[in-house]
Design a protein. Structure first.
Length: 152
């Protein structure tokens, strides 16, 4: 079951271009944005963003670092920098109608990009390396795979 209160999205660079999808529903209908979605119950956010990339674009990618976090009263969204693993970007034909690869500069000039994606890309252009890397902290009370920590 998905939880609409916890969301994730990711910046994935392939050959110098960022992966975008054209959304087919909701407030972002017909607009482009960086891929993402909701975290399922019992799922780590980094696993959720990898799953969303696979489902929406057929691309296998993993969360490499945290780039930003958006907080709203009713929801938070973690923005990850993603590491490309494999796959050819293709639309799922359901949640999105198109997959695009655009330079960050080209993307922010478009009128059909969501405001949040534009803000994220502007920050990315100015400082791509401002991230919280995945740490190697070992918990004494949790098993591997039950937790993650970024920035430590």
């Amino acid at each position: 079951m998905s939880n609409r209160y916890y969301a994730v999205c990711g910046i994935l660079e392939i050959d110098g271009k960022i992966l975008f999808v054209r959304h087919t529903y909701g407030q972002a209908k017909d607009r482009i944005l960086i891929p993402g979605g909701y975290v399922k119950e019992g799922e780590l956010p980094s696993d959720a963003v990898s799953r969303e990339f696979s489902e929406e674009t057929q691309v296998k990618a993993e969360a490499a670092s945290v780039f930003a976090i958006q907080f709203r009263y009713e929801q938070w969204c973690v923005v990850f920098r993603m590491k490309y693993i494999s796959g050819e970007p293709l639309s799922d034909g359901y949640e999105n109608s198109e997959v695009l690869l655009l330079s960050p500069e080209e993307a922010i000039r478009r009128t059909d990009i969501t405001n949040m994606s534009r803000a994220i890309l502007k920050a990315y252009i100015n400082n791509r390396d401002a991230v919280l890397d995945k740490g190697d902290y070992s918990s004494i009370s949790l098993n591997a795979g039950e937790y993650e920590i970024f920035g430590v």
